[in-house]
Design a protein around this ligand. Structure first.
Ligand code: FES
Length: 99
C-alpha cells in the first residue's frame, strides 16, 4: 500500500496525516478531528470546499458538481469525493465549523 501525506497548513502551524491511496480525503480529515463541514458527501453541496495548495487529487468517476468554475480555477477542491493522487498540502476548509 502506498500512503500519501496530507499536510494541513494553518496560520501558525502545519499538521500531517497519512492516507491510503483509496481513502476519501474528507474521511481522513474527520478521523483526525479536523473541523470541516460536510453534508451531501457526493460532491453536490459544496460545503466541504477546501483550498488545495500543492499536489494532485483524483475524483475518479465522480464529478465535483458543487464546485464553481471560479473556485476550481482558484485552487479549491471537494474532499468528500477526492482521493490523493500525490502528497498534498491543503489550507483550512473554507466553511468554518462553529463550536
Ligand atoms: S459534502 Fe457536499 S460537496 Fe462535499
Amino acid at each position: 500500500m502506498n500512503n500519501k501525506r496530507i499536510s494541513l497548513q494553518q496560520e501558525t502551524s502545519e499538521h500531517h496525516f497519512y492516507a491510503a491511496e483509496e481513502s476519501i480525503i474528507l474521511e481522513v480529515l474527520i478521523r483526525h478531528c479536523v473541523p470541516i463541514k460536510h453534508a451531501c458527501q457526493n460532491g453536490t453541496c459544496g460545503i466541504c470546499l477546501t483550498p488545495l495548495i500543492t499536489g494532485e487529487i483524483d475524483y475518479g468517476p465522480r464529478q465535483p458538481r458543487g464546485l464553481s468554475d471560479k473556485e476550481q480555477a482558484t485552487g479549491y477542491f471537494l474532499p468528500c469525493i477526492a482521493k490523493c493522487k500525490t502528497d498534498i498540502r491543503i489550507g483550512p476548509p473554507k466553511v468554518k465549523v462553529h463550536r
